[in-house]
Design a protein around this ligand. Structure first.
Ligand SMILES: Nc1ncnc2c1ncn2[C@@H]1O[C@H](COP(=O)(O)OP(=O)(O)O)[C@@H](O)[C@H]1O
Ligand SMILES: [Mg+2]
Length: 716
C-alpha cells in the first residue's frame, strides 16, 4: 500500500492517482516534470539528479504526536512472550492506521513509543487539529486491546506539540522516510511524559491552532529538564465539531488542459532556466487562485519554492505593493516590526542571497519600505529587482504568483513586465492572476515579451461542475446537486456558496439568486445579526483583517472570539496561522468577493465610524505610519476626515516619488487636491509637485524607450 501524501488515503501499490482525492501519487522530477516511480536517483527522462534536489532539508511548521505505552515492560513479566508480541503488533498496526487516517505520518517507533508528524511532507493548514483528533482517538484503541487481549491494563500517554522543525524528506518516497528534528520534538516528548494515562496534553501553539474546534482545559505548566521555563500545557478533552462538518477543501476538478499548460510551462522554465510569464484571466470565483495553488503544491512537493503575493483593492498606493510583499515574505519582515528590526532582517536576507553590494542593498530597501530608502532612477531600481529575483531563484525552481493583478498600479505592472522581460538564466515562473479588466488597463499586457503566455479560464465543464456540487452537498442528494450545477453556470465559487446556502437551510425551496454576488449577499443576509455585524466591520479592514480593530469597534461584545469561530465554521473567513501584527490574530475572507459584498452592504453612514476605528488601529499598530500612509489616507478619507487624509496622501506621494513610482505620486497629489478647499494656500505647491511628478514620469519613460531603441539598433 502507498499512502497519499496529500489526503493520507491508502492506495494499491500500482496506483498512479489517489483513490481518495485524485491527486497524482509519487513524486515528479523538479527539472522536467516527468513522473518518478520508486526511489530513483536520476530522472529517467532528463537525467537530472533528483536525489539531490528532494533530499533537501526544509524548515516547516509541523505538529508532532507522541504516544507511549507506559509500564508495559513490567506488566509483561511472567506473560507469554508470544502473546505480548501479538498485542504489541496489534497496537502498532492500529495506532499507525489511526494516525494515517487523520493525515499523519509515523516517523518512527521507539520501543513502545510512537512518534508521528502532521504537516510534512505536505502541510494542510489544519494539521494541528488533525494531530489532536488522532491523539484523542488512540485511547479508544487501547481500551479495545485491553478488552480483547489476555494481558489487559495497557496504559497510554499522549501529547501533541506544534512548532517549527527541520524536516528531511528522503528522496523518492512520498509516503515516508521523514526525519524531523527540533525543539518541537523534545517538547512533545516532555509533554507526553507528563500526560496522565489515557489523556492528551498539548502545547501552546497546538492549543492556539485548535481552540475553535477542540475543547481543551489549561493544566499546570510542565517542568522539564534542560528548560529554564516550565512548558505551558493544556489537556485536550473533545472535538467540538466533527471533522466533516467543516467545509473541507474540495478535490480539484476539471482543468486538465489548463493544468497541463501551466505545468509544462513551469517545467520548461526550470529545465531551460528561462523565466516565463503566464497570465491567467478570468472572472471572480472562476478558480484562478486554486489553479495557482495546485501548481504551487506540485512545485513545493518537488523541491521548488513558491511565493504568493497579492494586490490590494485600495485606490491608492506608494507603488510596487506585491513586490514589497515578496521582499517582506522572503526576509520574514512583519508589518509590526519597528524600522531597525525590518532593516536588520532585510540586510540578513540579502546577505543570505549573496546580494551584498551596498548600492544594491540601498535600492532594494525601497521594496522593504524602510524610511531611508530612495532610488536614483527607475532603471536601476528595476535592475535591482531583477537581480533580486535571479538571486532568489539561483538555487531552486521558483514560482512567484501575483494575485489580483487587475488592481495593480501602473508601476507594479511595469515592474512585472520588466522582470519577465529581462531576468536571465534563472528557473522562474511568474504567474499573474487577474480579472479580464486587466486588459482594459493594459490592452497590450504581455504582448512585447518573447516568453509570455496568456490564457483565459472558462467556466467549469458540466461534468466537473456536477462533481463539485455533488461532493459539497454529500451523497444521496442528486437532485440538489443538479439544481446547483444548473444555476451556478460553472463558477466554482458560486457552486460552493450555493451549496453552503442549501445546506444551511437544508435544501428548502427558494428562488435561487442568479449571480455569485447575489448568492453571497443572500447568505450574508441570513446570518445571525451579530455575526453579520462583525463581518461588516471586518470588511472595512480589508481582505486580511485582525481581531484588534474589531474588538475596538464593539467594546461590549464579550463573544467576539465565538462569533469569529462561527464565521470560520461557515467558511466565510479563515484564521491564518501567522499574523503580520504581533499579538493579534490574523484572518482573511475566504474569497475577496465575500469581502466586497459585505462592504457594499454596509450603509454609508455606518462605514464612517468603522473606517475611523480602523485608521486609529493601524496608526497605533504600525510602527512606521509612513510605510502604510496610502492605506491610512484611504481610511481617513472614507471616515470623512479630509484633513488627516491629505496629510497621509502627501506622505504617501513623497514615498512614491522616492521609489520612482511617479504615476502613483501623480494620482496621490490629485486626490489630495480633490480634498482641499478651493481657496486653500496649499493648492499651488501641491499642484506644482503633481506637475513635476508627471513630467518626471514622462522623462523616465522616454529615456527608457530611447535606451531600448539604442539597444535594439546596436544589436541589429
Ligand atoms: N477546479 C476546481 N475544483 C474544485 N474547486 C475549485 C476549482 N476551482 C476553484 N475552486 C474553488 O472555488 C473557489 C473560488 O476559486 P478561486 O480560485 O478563489 O477563484 P478566483 O481566484 O478565480 O477568484 C475556491 O474555494 C476554490 O477552492
Ligand atoms: Mg483569486
Amino acid at each position: 500500500m502507498i499512502a497519499c501524501s496529500r489526503c493520507g488515503a491508502s492506495n494499491p501499490e500500482d496506483a498512479r492517482f489517489c483513490v481518495g482525492c485524485g491527486s497524482r501519487l509519487g513524486s515528479v522530477c523538479s527539472a522536467c516534470g516527468a513522473e518518478l516511480t520508486g526511489p530513483v536517483r536520476y530522472c529517467p527522462s532528463c537525467g537530472a539528479n533528483v536525489a539531490q534536489v528532494s533530499a533537501d532539508e526544509q524548515r516547516k511548521v509541523v505538529s508532532v504526536l507522541f504516544a507511549d505505552l507506559v509500564g508495559h515492560t513490567s506488566r509483561s513479566d511472567g506473560a507469554d512472550p508470544e502473546d505480548v508480541r501479538d498485542v504489541l503488533r496489534e497496537y502498532y498496526r492500529a495506532v499507525k492506521a489511526t494516525i494515517e487516517r487523520f493525515g499523519g505520518v509515523v516517523e518512527k517507533f521507539i520501543g513502545d513509543a510512537v512518534m508521528a508528524v502532521f504537516g510534512s511532507p505536505v502541510a494542510r493548514g489544519d494539521d494541528a487539529e488533525r494531530a489532536v483528533r488522532a491523539a484523542l482517538a488512540i485511547p479508544g484503541i487501547i481500551e479495545q486491546l485491553n478488552e480483547t487481549s489476555p494481558h489487559p491494563d495497557l496504559e497510554i500517554h499522549l501529547a501533541v506539540n506544534t512548532g517549527e522543525a527541520v524536516v528531511t524528506i528522503e528522496p523518492g518516497s512520498p509516503d515516508g522516510d521523514l526525519l524531523v528534528a527540533g525543539d518541537v520534538v523534545n517538547t512533545a516528548s516532555r509533554l507526553q511524559g507528563a500526560a496522565p494515562p489515557g489523556r492528551v496534553l498539548i502545547g501552546e501553539e497546538t492549543f492556539r491552532a485548535t481552540r475553535r474546534v477542540i475543547r481543551s482545559e489549561p493544566v499546570p505548566a510542565v517542568a522539564a529538564k534542560g528548560k529554564r521555563e516550565p512548558i505551558p500545557a493544556w489537556m485536550a478533552i473533545e472535538a467540538l465539531v466533527p471533522l466533516s462538518v467543516r467545509p473541507a477543501e474540495m478535490t480539484f476538478v476539471g482543468r486538465e488542459r489548463e493544468s497541463d499548460l501551466v505545468r509544462d510551462t513551469w517545467s520548461r522554465a526550470v529545465a531551460e532556466r528561462r523565466p516565463h510569464l503566464v497570465t491567467i484571466l478570468g472572472e471572480a470565483g472562476i478558480g484562478k487562485t486554486r489553479l495557482a495553488e495546485e501548481l504551487s503544491f506540485d512545485v513545493k512537493a518537488t523541491g521548488g519554492q513558491a511565493f504568493h503575493v497579492r494586490e490590494l483593492p485600495y485606490e491608492q498606493s506608494s507603488g510596487y505593493e506585491t513586490f514589497v510583499q515578496l521582499v517582506h515574505e522572503v526576509a520574514g519582515i512583519f508589518g509590526s516590526d519597528p524600522n531597525p528590526v525590518a532593516t536588520a532582517k532585510l540586510e540578513a536576507s540579502l546577505d543570505h542571497l549573496g546580494l551584498v553590494d551596498p548600492a544594491l542593498v540601498q535600492l532594494l530597501s525601497v521594496f522593504a519600505r524602510t524610511p531611508e530608502a530612495v532610488a536614483d532612477d527607475r532603471r536601476s531600481l528595476f535592475e535591482a529587482a531583477r537581480r533580486y529575483v535571479e538571486a532568489l531563484a539561483s538555487r531552486t525552481g521558483t514560482l512567484i504568483v501575483f494575485e489580483d493583478v487587475h488592481w495593480a498600479h501602473p508601476s507594479t505592472l511595469d515592474l512585472i513586465t520588466s522582470l519577465a522581460g529581462r531576468a536571465r538564466d534563472a528557473p522562474i515562473l511568474f504567474l499573474a492572476l487577474a480579472r479580464p479588466e486587466l486588459l482594459d488597463l493594459r490592452p497590450a499586457w504581455g504582448g512585447g515579451l518573447s516568453s509570455s503566455t496568456t490564457m483565459r479560464l472558462e467556466p467549469l465543464p458540466p461534468a466537473a461542475a456536477h462533481w463539485l456540487a455533488a461532493g459539497l452537498v454529500g451523497e444521496g442528494r442528486p437532485e440538489l446537486a443538479e439544481r446547483i450545477e444548473l444555476a451556478a453556470s460553472g463558477n466554482p465559487l458560486f457552486i460552493e456558496e450555493m451549496a453552503a446556502w442549501m445546506l444551511e437551510r437544508d435544501g428548502t425551496d427558494d428562488e435561487l439568486p442568479t449571480t455569485v454576488r447575489a448568492m453571497i449577499a443572500a447568505r450574508l443576509d441570513a446570518l445571525p445579526r451579530e455575526e453579520r455585524d462583525v463581518l461588516f466591520d471586518a470588511s472595512v479592514v480589508g481582505k486580511v483583517f485582525w481581531a484588534g480593530p474589531l474588538a475596538s469597534l464593539r467594546p461590549d461584545e464579550a463573544d467576539l472570539d465565538e462569533i469569529l469561530g462561527s464565521l470560520e465554521r461557515r467558511d466565510l473567513i479563515r484564521l491564518e496561522r501567522a499574523s503580520a501584527v504581533e499579538g493579534d490574530d490574523e484572518y482573511t475572507f475566504r474569497h475577496i468577493l465575500i469581502r466586497d459584498v459585505a462592504y457594499a452592504t454596509i450603509p454609508r453612514r455606518a462605514r464612517r465610524e468603522r473606517h475611523e476605528a480602523v485608521a486609529r488601529y493601524v496608526e497605533e499598530a504600525a510602527p512606521d505610519a509612513a510605510a502604510v500612509a496610502a492605506i491610512l489616507a484611504y481610511h481617513w478619507r472614507e471616515a470623512g476626515d479630509p484633513e488627516r487624509a491629505v496629510t497621509y496622501l502627501l506622505i504617501a506621494a513623497e514615498r512614491a516619488e522616492q521609489a520612482w513610482a511617479y504615476p502613483e505620486a501623480v494620482a496621490l497629489y490629485e486626490d489630495a487636491l480633490g480634498l482641499i478647499p478651493k481657496d486653500d494656500d496649499r493648492r499651488r505647491s501641491i499642484g506644482l509637485r503633481r506637475s513635476v511628478a508627471g513630467i518626471r514620469h514622462e522623462h523616465t519613460v522616454m529615456d527608457e524607450e530611447q535606451l531600448k531603441r539604442l539597444a535594439a539598433d546596436g544589436s541589429s
